[in-house]
Design a protein around this ligand. Structure first.
Ligand SMILES: O=P(O)(O)OC[C@H]1O[C@@H](O)[C@H](O)[C@@H](O)[C@@H]1O
Length: 293
């Protein structure tokens, strides 16, 4: 690979990964496993992604944190392993540049043991002054159509979940996966301080009007830190997940109080599987932009 852009292959906190630090101090880490973005720091030295210190580091067990790629199946909505299998496999660097790196996974013996289909998947992560743009490109490289669901399962680091609100989902149709109830989100802001520790697992439908992008902002009252999350219009759902205290204790790859520092806000296409014809490409994008103290 042309490495003139300063990308280094190294083992970062136990994960074989690609790393770059820019002159302003910002940095990015992308694991070979799953093309999972593990760390994104802005020039002020702040980390914006949550990565569990107890995460597996064996090169195949799902990594708990960063931005897992869920493909070609979301969660347990089908016969494949939970959240698909690409998060468990090694990806190869396809391309890099001054501000971005792209990793690729294609079908092969490792993928065909789970799924017979031919595909090409490229995850691109691009860093701007205060932004991270994550783009997943998938393409059907076979000769028959196949269907998929997928998500960019971003674990955002928060100072304190009980002081965190998520804005922008008012009016969205919601399925609460914990209570198995459906309703329209009434509130302008979702306040995670309301029932600390109970856990939160909801799928919001966000019918993208044309090419209009959905905008969500997350704010902590703690110190004014905020982040805007912009999903591409074809992210027909937003999944919002926090395990809460009880599940955090159950999860072997998460510290007991890990739930306090994270909130997953996922760009997802899951309620209606997307069918790709032979040769057909499909792209899902999530843009994170930071602001605040
Ligand atoms: O533990 P996993 O497989 O990484 O999944 C984590 C969570 O991912 C979320 O997207 C789902 O909504 C949750 O139901 C799930 O528990």
């Amino acid at each position: 690979m042309d490495n003139t852009y300063g990308w280094a292959a190294l083992v970062w906190e136990g994960f074989p990964a690609w790393y770059k630090q820019w002159a302003d101090g910002s940095s990015l880490v992308v694991a070979e496993q799953g093309a999972q973005v593990l760390s994104w720091k802005t020039a002020d030295g702040r980390e914006h992604l949550y990565l569990s210190p107890a995460s597996a580091r064996d090169g195949k067990t799902a990594i708990r944190g960063g931005v897992p790629v869920c493909f070609p199946q979301f969660n347990t909505r089908g016969p494949l392993p939970k959240h698909g299998f690409v998060r468990n496999l090694g990806w190869q660097v396809a391309e890099c540049g001054a501000q971005h790196i792209a990793l690729r996974l294609q079908d092969g013996p490792a993928t065909r043991q789970f799924w017979p289909e031919a595909f090409d998947a490229v995850l691109r992560a691009e860093v701007g002054a205060n932004s991270l743009v994550i783009t997943l490109d998938v393409r059907n490289t076979g000769s028959t159509p196949w269907a998929m669901t997928c998500a960019l399962h971003s674990y955002l680091e928060v100072d304190d979940i009980t002081q965190t609100q998520l804005w922008g989902l008012q009016g969205a149709a919601c399925w609460d996966a914990l209570a198995d109830t459906r309703f329209a989100e009434a509130a302008a802001q979702i306040d995670f301080g309301a029932a600390p520790g109970a856990g939160f697992d909801r799928v919001f439908s966000t019918p993208g009007a044309g090419d209009k992008l959905l905008q969500i902002s997350q704010q902590t009252t703690h110190n004014g830190r905020s982040m805007t999350i912009q999903n591409s219009a074809n992210a027909s759902e937003v999944v919002v997940w926090n395990p809460g205290a009880a599940l955090s204790q159950e999860l072997a790859d998460m510290p007991d109080d890990g739930w306090r520092q994270m909130l997953c806000v996922e760009a997802a296409s899951i309620d209606a599987p997307v069918t790709l014809a032979p040769g057909q490409p499909w792209r899902l994008v999530q843009t994170l932009t930071t602001a605040g103290a």
